[in-house]
Write a protein that binds this ligand. Sequence first.
Ligand code: GUN
Ligand code: ZN
Length: 435
Amino acid sequence: MSFTNQEKFVDSPRRWALRGDLLDFTAAPRWGDTESSAVRFDRGHWLLVEDGRIVGRQAAEPDATWVRKDHAGQLVLPGFIDTHVHCPQLEVIGSYGTELLDWLKRYTFPSECAFADPARSRAGAEVFLDALLASGTTSAVVFPTVHKVSAEALFGSAAARGMRLVTGKVLMDRHAPDGLRDDVVQAEKDCIDLISRFHGRDRLAYAVTVRFAPTSTPEQLAMAGALCRADASLYMQTHVAENRAEVAWVGELFPQARSYLDVYDAVGLVHERSVLAHGIYLDPHDRVVIADRGAQVAHCPSSNLFLGSGLFDWPGAAFNVSLASDVGGGTSLSLPRNMLDAYKIQALRGERMTAWAALHAATRGAAEALQLGGEIGGLSVGQTADICVWDWAAGPVAEARDAVARELHERVFAWMTLADERNLAACYVAGRPML
Ligand code: GUN
Ligand code: ZN
């Protein structure tokens, strides 16, 4: 079955070179450091790309055998990695007046029912992935819906674009409306089939996808844990400790569990490839468990503010933290917009988040936490050419601000504060232009 048309994407030359102000990371910057040796900034340097990979990074102009794209005076970053976002929720962005549990019931669950229709799933995946690319996000860890076809559609559309994508059919067999529940036996069969067809193919990977503890029976959670234990190369994604009422509900549903996180950990769902969204209401023991297991928390700042969920303790995290839009709880697919919200969350906590912390979490930090550091998240030789070119400023306000910035962090922080998809000048996935 074909899910999308490939013709829409133009091919690029086999060998080409791009010049601009290259910015990426060689390590994790320390919290609070505005000057950091982890930041690698090469103004007006060239990246050489061959067969979709970066093969050179240099000051010297390449010879005439290289097709040249000159982005001098523009900011060149690795494509962003959104580690937690919901494909079927574009239509519920900006839904008024609720916290998490009512928001799910009133807006999100009814909207997700439509993805039972294969045509709707396919059209939704196409629009969603194009919107990610238009925001400068070239890789993502994505929730589809409970419907198998919604995962198939995402895999198909991502493969057509050559994108690095992690997803898997959502598991939910209780506390959800008709048309949005599976059962343990059929869900297991669907997962096994999807894993055999998509996991490790092209740049696709499968994530065992538990929506959250309240919508899975203990039997389904045990099945999900068994899938992870049977194949350590699988990812796992879920939500944890996002909202106070949600945490209290999990306590009622799983009275034997030490904590919300423990519901997952007890069945083997917390491991090196686990992406745990939110993690606002973790206790000190949970924090140690996440660090020990090598799992990551996907911090979802615009969602946490919009749904009034709470203020994530980023500087207190001894585990990997990546950055995520969590659309449609989140209000923008743009990771710079989410970085600004992350800054405001820390400001409310009396902390200061640097542009380096945010950019690292959206690039190299996420890539390493996903064990994909050799492939994505940077502009090093050998990595796949997932590259975005940004205008330093878009419009008179940003231009005025950019003109007076003195040192690098000041300039990049102002860019992060003011930038959105209007700033995106070019986006390449494995060397192919996507805009
Ligand atoms: N918890 C369970 N499902 C969801 C969801 O779709 N969005 C958010 N933000 N939290 C959830
Ligand atoms: Zn979410």
